[in-house]
Each structure stands twice: as C-alpha cells, then as structure tokens.
Design a protein around this ligand. Structure first.
Ligand code: GLN
Length: 198
C-alpha cells in the first residue's frame, strides 16, 4: 500500500516514522510518499494531514494546486488521518476563523482552543477501542459540534478531541509525537479494509 503524507509544512516526518514502525511490526509493505504537488496524489491508498499551521497549509494547498484533487479524493472515501492543523483543514466549520478549507468533515472546530501560551500539555485517555493512549496537545484545537453520524473517539475535560466520520479520522492531538503506534496501526487497518472493498 502507499500512504501519502501532506508535506507542504508541519510535522510530516514524525508520521512517516510512525508508519515505518507499523510496517516493521506488521511485516506489511507500506510505502510513504510526501505530497508536495498534485501528481503526488496519484495512486495513494490513504492520506495523512499532519499538524503545523493550518492557515499556511491551506494557502499552500491552493498555491500548489493540490486542493481540489485532495478534496475530491477525500470526498470519494480515501482513508484520511488528520492531526491538529490537519483536523482544522478537514473541518466543515471553524468557530473563530472566517475561512474554511477542505470542509469534508461535518464538525465545528475551534482553533487554539486552549490559548496560545498554555496550549501544550499531555494526558492519557481511551481513543475509540484503544486504551490509555498518550494524548499530546500543542496549541491544539478542539471540536465543539459534530454531526449525528460522526463518531466521537475521545474527549478530554468534556471537550471532543478525536472523531471518526466514514473514512476520515480527525484528532486534535499528536499521536505521531509519541512512541505509541496504535493509532497509526488502526489507520492502516482502515486503509486495508478500504482496499478490500474496492
Ligand atoms: N494552532 C495550529 C493552527 O491553528 C495547529 C497547531 C498544531 O497543529 N499543532 O493551525
């Protein structure tokens, strides 16, 4: 399988390392490709949108002519794992921002929801079926509203910080900044299921 990782800005290398670790544990052949232009999206079986700065990433998606193709692939059901700024790119509504980006995930997100200075912390919580996952937050958003068909994967202090809708997983935290590969494993299983149904 081939996983495309958006590599225009932000923490994409960390995701590549996690996917490499998953490939090593499972013995599965998983190739990572860094997405920097539209043609890099050809033949990918899943997409990762990393953390970073969503305004910059959103602008680069347009400037580099990746936006329409990427949005189309996600709408068609290509499995997508989005963390932090990636979640902001997917959200249909941003509470404190006049722009919106890919708008494929039916949730409302508040950017920098924990404040800019005190915005980095970590806690442990269950994420869907995964127990005690270390959640690392860096100037993180949280989700204030979800559609009725969006599954809530995890909450911290009553705020929603992880969701799944169809083939999209949106996380306010950074599983790629930990040594725990279970969320990336879960994503790879989702990609395998998607490929079986094609
Ligand atoms: N605060 C960033 C934004 O609004 C997201 C932070 C992150 O990805 N760690 O884009």
């Amino acid at each position: 399988m081939r996983i495309g990782i958006l590599a225009v800005q932000g923490a994409f290398i960390e995701h590549e390392k996690q996917i490499a670790a998953v490939a090593e544990h499972s013995g599965e052949q998983i190739e990572c490709i860094e997405i920097r232009q539209k043609k890099d999206l050809e033949k990918v079986d899943g997409i990762i949108l990393p953390g970073g700065e969503s305004t910059v990433q959103g602008k680069l998606l347009k400037d580099l002519d990746i936006f329409d193709e990427l949005q189309g692939l996600i709408i068609q059901g290509l499995p997508t794992l989005a963390t932090c700024a990636g979640l902001i790119l997917l959200a249909q509504t941003l509470e404190n921002d006049s722009v919106k980006h890919l708008s494929t995930l039916p949730v409302t997100v508040q950017r920098n929801a924990y404040g800019r200075q005190l915005g980095s912390f970590s806690v442990s919580s269950n994420v869907g079926e995964i127990n005690n996952f270390p959640l690392v937050f860096i100037r993180a958003p949280y989700i204030t509203e979800v559609s009725s068909d969006t599954k809530i994967l995890t909450t911290v202090d009553h705020h929603i910080v992880g969701v799944e809708y169809k083939n999209q997983i949106g996380l306010a935290f950074h599983p790629e900044m930990t040594n725990d590969t279970r969320i990336h494993e879960y994503f790879i299983r989702k990609v395998n299921n998607y490929l079986l149904l094609l």
